[in-house]
Design a protein around this ligand. Structure first.
Ligand SMILES: [Zn+2]
Length: 408
């Protein structure tokens, strides 16, 4: 434990040095896609504490008063498509904000507050929407070349109660405070995390809310070509492990069985020595391949995700840096391989979740429409930092996906 603490501190310092090299002042920065100067802590505090209907009303008012090209589209009821879906109880509607060109080939979904209690990215969603409405050549091009649907709060009741939704096999939803450990996603006395029921084989085992959202994105708006889900780690104790850990991008990608097995047998280069070794082996193509990153080089989904990660880094924003995995690696007894990382702050979740039988929302859309699914986790940092990280991820995604930019 002492050793681990020492190691964590040492790595923290190193990461700080790297991050502080960049001197971009984001509080006054407009990238041409996202206007980061719109992030305002007092406004965040106000928005965070109001009830869900008021949150939606305030956004609608901003859109109306400024005559912004944002369309509020409510998700329809699964069984009665003529009616809007309404939560039981309280009767809240689920809204999507649509922007851009409906006949464009890029269909992009941005989802916030999939888990109640992770409200901060609802604000990130609004920041993205408002930024995209500002003038500018890049933004015009993005809106011309894509149709964007922003779902600021996938779970209005969870948003309201700051709790996470769980679904049983009958499709009933319940909301509980965020569970303490990482196992929450697997099983809670027969109740699964709502994000993990999208892929249930039995339609009836999904809750009416999940079915309504799925139908909306598959039939009404989409099918999507890119699905981005924004999360934050808020579990009790997470700050101990993940404090100031930056942003992590999880790629939902499915490989054929044999490819999956190869990936599971590979290692990832994290230490400096391994990175040098990996680079040197490029000169000897006959050397045995052993790193995940090398195996996946030139894979389109990873190239794009890497480019997004590099864009975020270039802005001086802290990415996950594998801090946790490095620490975990130093343990004398190797535990089960928790995730597969291919590069700093990029994780492949597809193969892992397939083994565990978990299908999250982005996995579902990836399976159904062949789109790329990406999730971000942002860790214990200030709220404005988390918002900036989430917004930078969307900034990078739109640049790489729609504008075809590439960042080394
Ligand atoms: Zn989450």
């Amino acid at each position: 434990m002492k050793f681990k603490n020492w190691l964590t501190r040492k790595l923290d310092k190193k990461i700080d040095r790297i991050v502080n090299r960049f001197k971009l002042n984001l509080s006054t920065y407009d990238s041409g896609v996202i206007d980061y100067s719109l992030v305002n802590q007092p406004e965040i505090n106000r928005l965070k504490e109001i009830p869900y209907p008021e949150f939606i009303e305030r956004v609608a008012k901003i859109v109306q008063e400024n005559n912004l090209p944002i369309k509020f589209v409510p998700v329809k009821d699964f069984d009665n498509p003529d009616r809007d879906f309404k939560t039981q109880p309280l009767g809240y509607r689920i809204y999507t904000l649509e922007l851009g060109n409906p006949s464009a080939s890029n269909k992009i979904v941005i989802e916030g507050t999939c888990h109640g209690g992770e409200r901060i990215h609802s604000i990130t969603c609004i920041l993205v929407a408002l930024s995209l409405c500002k003038e500018g050549a890049l933004r015009e091009k993005i809106l011309q070349k894509s149709h964007i649907s922003i779902l600021p709060a996938a779970d209005p009741l969870g948003w309201q109660k700051k709790t996470r939704a769980y679904v049983n096999m009958r499709g009933d939803e319940t909301r509980n405070p965020v569970v303490v450990n990482m196992q929450h996603i697997r099983n809670l006395f027969g109740w699964s995390d709502a994000n993990a029921v999208f892929g249930r084989n039995l339609e009836e085992a999904k809750s009416p809310r999940i079915r309504a959202i799925e139908k909306h994105f598959m039939e009404q708006f989409g099918p999507p070509t890119l699905y981005n889900s924004l999360h934050e780690t808020v579990m009790f104790g997470s700050h101990l492990f993940y404090g100031n850990a930056g942003i992590m991008i999880l790629i939902h990608h499915y490989f054929p069985e044999q490819v999956r097995d190869i990936i599971f047998s590979l290692r990832y280069a994290l230490t400096r020595g391994e990175k040098i070794e990996k680079a040197l082996r490029k000169f000897n193509p006959l050397a045995e391949l052993k790193y995940t990153e090398e195996y996946l080089e030139y894979h389109p989904a990873f190239e794009k995700a890497k480019s997004i990660r590099n864009y975020i880094k270039r802005m001086g924003i802290r990415t996950f840096e594998d801090k946790f995995f490095r620490v975990e690696r130093e343990f004398p007894v190797p535990g089960p391989k928790s995730e597969i990382t291919i590069a700093e702050s990029l994780l492949i979740t597809g193969p892992l979740y397939v083994k565990a039988g978990i299908v999250l929302a982005p996995d579902y859309y990836e399976k159904m429409s062949g789109c790329v699914g990406q999730t971000i986790e942002t860790f214990s940092q200030s709220e404005s930092e988390r918002i900036i990280q989430g917004a930078a991820f969307i900034d990078g995604s739109l640049r790489c996906e729609v504008l075809g930019e590439y960042y080394e």
